[in-house]
Unconditional design. Structure first.
Length: 313
């Protein structure tokens, strides 16, 4: 089941879904007729000609056969930190979108996953087989990916129940006076910009812990722990605190960096099948090191965060 939100009004539901799902209107009509598309109100009767309003939510149950037909396998560069028959832990490079969506139907991590693991195309999650967590395109680092449908459902439940601990490394503008703290501002979509999130009254409860690792010349490196998993949560919370991430133009950064400096550093969870305790840490990418090196009198970069190739150079 996937959630699809309309960003604008549409005269017809089949036109909207065809654009969002990148499949033909004929296929969409079959999905609607077979009651694979619904709204929050399960009893609502939907037709191909149903009008769609901006902000309206739909839920789609997509047969696995459509993944096999439409999901293109492509060679995509990403690292594999851990693998067994049930799941993967991958190292996602910055700049790679996680799954196909309007404007990014090709070249995503999912396209690369089904290239390496063709059996994943048989999973029922439409265009997102195995994906149980989100990372923004600009964010690098660790992601856990399910290789089997049942494992996917279990991992999603673990994320929802906060049974998976996630820590991130970020570079921010400014040097916080409090070197350690917690931000608890409620987060939801920005009413003035559908693409953004914001801290807003009535939003979903959200909590981020942070600790300053290094500061110099108005730039700091922090480690963040997510207690909730809202969209853009770290970016929104640090911006609300007055310390936007480097390269994060959407949330107030005024610099020339080409990416948002956020890295998924650590994942800790209990294996959903073997019940083994799993802990993975992936050190920051070379561009983090270059940013620090470019800061005059930057001081010593935290050695424990260096990848092996940088520490030997």
């Amino acid at each position: 089941m996937i959630e699809i939100v309309a960003k604008k009004d549409y005269e017809r539901l089949d036109v909207f879904l065809s654009e969002e799902l990148d499949i033909s209107r004929t296929r969409v009509k079959h999905l609607i007729d077979d009651k694979n598309i619904r709204t929050k109100k399960k009893s609502a009767v939907l037709k191909a000609s149903t009008k769609v309003l901006a902000g309206q939510k739909f839920f789609a149950e997509i047969p696995s056969s459509l993944n096999i037909e439409y999901l293109k396998a492509e060679p995509i560069d990403f690292g594999v930190v851990y693998e067994d028959e049930y799941l993967l832990v991958v190292d996602k490079p910055s700049g790679i979108v996680v799954h196909p969506a309007p404007g990014n139907w090709r070249g995503t991590l999912v396209n690369g996953l089904v290239y390496r693991y063709p059996e994943m195309r048989e999973m029922t999650t439409w265009l997102r087989p195995g994906i149980v967590q989100r990372l923004d395109a600009g964010t690098s680092g660790l992601m856990v990916v399910a290789k089997k449908q049942k494992v996917s459902q279990t991992l999603q439940t673990m994320f929802q129940n906060r049974k998976i601990d996630k820590k991130y490394i970020a570079l921010i503008h400014g040097c916080p006076k409090r070197k350690e703290g917690t931000i608890s501002g409620p987060v939801d979509r920005d009413p003035n910009n559908f693409l953004k999130m914001c801290v807003i009254e009535g939003g979903k409860p959200s909590k981020t812990g942070y600790k300053v690792l290094w500061s110099k010349n108005k730039v700091s490196m922090i480690v963040c722990k997510l207690f909730t998993g809202r969209m853009h949560q770290i970016r929104v919370h640090m911006s609300a605190l007055g310390y936007p991430l480097l390269g994060d133009f959407m949330y107030g950064a005024k610099d020339e960096f080409a990416r948002v400096y956020l890295h998924s550093w650590q994942l800790e969870f209990t294996h959903p099948v073997t019940e083994e305790k799993m802990l993975f840490t992936q050190k920051v990418t070379p561009d983090f090191v270059k940013v620090i090196a470019g800061i005059k009198d930057g001081g010593k970069f935290p050695k424990e965060l260096l990848r092996q190739e940088e520490s030997n150079s």
